[in-house]
Design a protein around this ligand. Structure first.
Ligand code: LRH
Ligand code: MN
Ligand code: MN
Length: 387
């Protein structure tokens, strides 16, 4: 296909995907963290690198921060982001790297430790006021490793109480999104393991609390698009953390492991009114352990754009007619026709018509930026996942 319809182009033009600051720092597995030449040394350099992704794609106008990894003067960082034509986005809290949280944070049975974790979220809300961020994203690493280790129900009650206190601190235009994950680092039970638990916890808080769906946080074989459909139906899908997985929480480039799954998810987003809907934030949550980070992020946002275009191509009238007639094979064929359509030439031509490079990967590679940062940042301490 060589041209996209004006309606599809209008949707794609509005698409925005938030980048995670931590994608630009070094990361790895528990076996080794490999350094990359040119890795940012502080949050300011992470923002400068993220701005490159937006410059070549016009898809990534905001950058999420992780606290305390990105601690700095936030008025300066906000100004710095504006100077680079991007803005600061979601603030991620972090209760998973402090000795005190070994047995829990927002669920801890010790009131002093639980209060410390609540206070950390209050501090994150203060950061949000300085950065102009709307969303506070909470992912909790807590749970237990052995049956009988904990009173799981009492922990749910303490979690609800903690979240209520955090929720009460939000400004009128701020939101809380609660992310779930079925395991890791806790291996027996996790306090927010699934969308149902996240939904139950946020539903009792109020309208400003939503669910965050990280695509890597499900058991193999889970029908993630069904969850997307259900959360949109319930008006509680607050955000996505996009990435892809082969085995566990791999944090690989979105669409790399299973492009068809990404298509199916994005079709439900389109179907459910979640595309370019301010209530549903699109974010990446990825790490680039062995590949260059900036092109890794460029590839990621392009993958999301490409699958969004394919999802928009589904002939919804033909699909509805086939579904109503219980014409199983035609319904499936209509769906698959869109998935199998190669939209890359049309996207390249459309980019060019907007003054963007037709091939953002090639344009970035030719820009010399990667060589410049590799030379300029020699000798500094590189920021990493957790620093
Ligand atoms: C947890 C998670 C969560 C964290 C991020 C670093 O696995 O997905 O979103 O904030 O990774
Ligand atoms: Mn995540
Ligand atoms: Mn994760």
């Amino acid at each position: 296909m060589t041209e996209l319809s004006p309606d599809i182009r209008a949707e794609l033009e509005r698409q925005a995907i938030e980048l995670p600051s931590w994608a630009f720092g070094n990361s790895g597995t528990r076996f080794r963290v490999f350094g990359t030449p040119g890795t940012p040394r502080d949050p300011f350099e992470k923002i400068a690198d993220a701005a490159q992704v937006h410059r070549y794609t016009a898809l990534a106008p905001t950058v999420a921060l992780h606290i305390p990894w990105d601690m700095c003067d936030f008025d300066d960082l906000r100004k710095h982001a504006e100077d680079h034509d991007v803005a600061l986005g979601t603030i991620n809290s972090n209760t998973f790297q402090d000795e005190d949280y070994k047995f829990g944070a927002l669920t801890h049975e010790d009131d002093a430790i639980r209060q410390k974790a609540i206070d950390h979220h209050f501090a994150c809300i203060d950061v949000m006021h300085a950065t102009g961020s709307r969303d506070l994203k909470i992912w909790l690493a807590e749970g237990s490793n052995y049956p009988g280790q904990n009173d799981m129900r009492a922990r749910q009650d303490r979690l609800q109480d903690s979240l209520q206190q955090i929720y009460a601190r939000l400004g009128d235009d701020q939101r809380l999104v609660l992310e779930y994950k079925f395991f890791e680092p806790a291996f027996y039970h996790t306090d927010v393991p699934d969308w149902g638990t996240s939904y139950a916890q946020v539903a009792s808080l109020g309208d400003k609390a939503m669910v965050c769906l990280d695509t890597g946080h499900h058991a193999p074989g889970t029908n993630i698009e069904f969850i997307v459909m259900q959360l949109l139906r319930l008006g509680k899908l607050g955000s996505f953390d996009f990435n892809s997985r082969f085995y566990a929480d791999d944090d690989l480039i979105v669409g790399a492991a299973d492009p068809f799954q990404l298509f199916r998810i994005l079709f439900e987003v389109v179907r459910g009114g979640g595309l370019n809907n301010p209530d549903v934030a699109f974010m990446l949550d990825q790490c680039h352990n062995i590949e260059d980070k900036i092109p890794g992020q460029i590839r990621s946002v392009l993958n999301v754009q490409e699958m969004t275009a394919r999802a928009l191509l589904v002939d919804r009238d033909a699909l509805a007619a086939a579904q109503t007639a219980n014409d199983v094979l035609t319904a499936n064929a209509v769906f698959m026709d869109a998935f199998y359509t190669d939209v890359r030439p049309a996207l390249a031509a459309w980019r060019e018509s907007r003054g963007l490079p037709s091939d953002p990967m090639a344009a970035y590679a030719a820009s010399g930026y990667q060589q410049r940062i590799a030379a300029d940042r020699v000798g500094g301490v590189q920021a990493g996942w957790g620093a």
